[in-house]
Design a protein around this ligand. Sequence first.
Ligand code: NAP
Ligand code: GCO
Length: 265
Amino acid sequence: MTNQLFDLTGKVALVTGGTHGIGMAIALALGKAGAKIAVNDLSEEKLTSCKAEYAKEGIDVYTLVFDVTNETAVDKGISEIEKNLGPVDILVNNAGIIKRIPILDMPVADFKQVIDIDLVAPLIVAKRVAPGMIQRRQGKIINMCSMMSVYGRNTVSAYASAKGGLKLLTATMCCEWAKYNVQINGIGPGYIATAQTAPIREGNHPFNDLVMTRTPAGRWGEPEDVGNAALFLASKASNFVNGHVLYVDGGILANFGYVKGENDL
Ligand code: NAP
Ligand code: GCO
């Protein structure tokens, strides 16, 4: 029974920005559970090179280039997936960027770009796939939120504004679409070791100390940690979970912080 709950055989999943990092980990988890996988990216080169990595895991990934902020390109891309794989049953709005710039130094255009990709694009892609899910009376949408859906921190104003908005967009999608048996949830990763966090993780960066004291698990998360949580939200096991953000953060949200060495066993 347990295996059936997490069996995605016959499902079609689109993971945006799935050529590496968290997106790839999610797509691999869903593919290994039986889903047919489509991933998009901005870069043809990255899409070509990721195919070999998916193939190593026995997954024949369907790849296509489209910019998630471009409504026409999204419509064309989803139509291609529908034609070649079938209707999208599982959408993971993973694609995203971050700009770490103090508010007073950040050009408004940069702020708007982050909002466009991290908040407006999940809306664009969800609006394209939700009607079919509603008609079929079933579907799963997973929006990639963040710790910054509930916390601010210096230099990430645009990113936190987008991810905070995405948390509430997820809730509102739930309010409008849950009655059609569509589950829309978020995932809020903590600090995960990917290209996006490399600038604040590598080269003995002092940010590591902050992550270690704020993360009770005492480590950076791995993309696979997020992939496993996504499998739950993409499967029948979560059919009564809706409008929720599942934090995959090693305990950060539960923790005010502690002095190193305090009550260490
Ligand atoms: P990443 O390594 O920067 O990957 C982001 C992906 O999104 C890349 O494949 C990128 O493609 C793609 N992308 C960006 N803009 C796009 C656009 N306009 N159209 C299509 N694809 C686009 O990031 P990550 O660390 O794996 O994070 C993935 C998601 O998790 C993001 O939404 C991020 O905000 C979120 N998140 C990450 C962490 C973390 O600690 N890493 C924590 C919380 C939340 P290119 O490479 O071609 O630009
Ligand atoms: C940062 C990090 C974070 C992580 C993630 C935390 O600069 O603080 O990049 O924003 O990416 O969003 O959940």
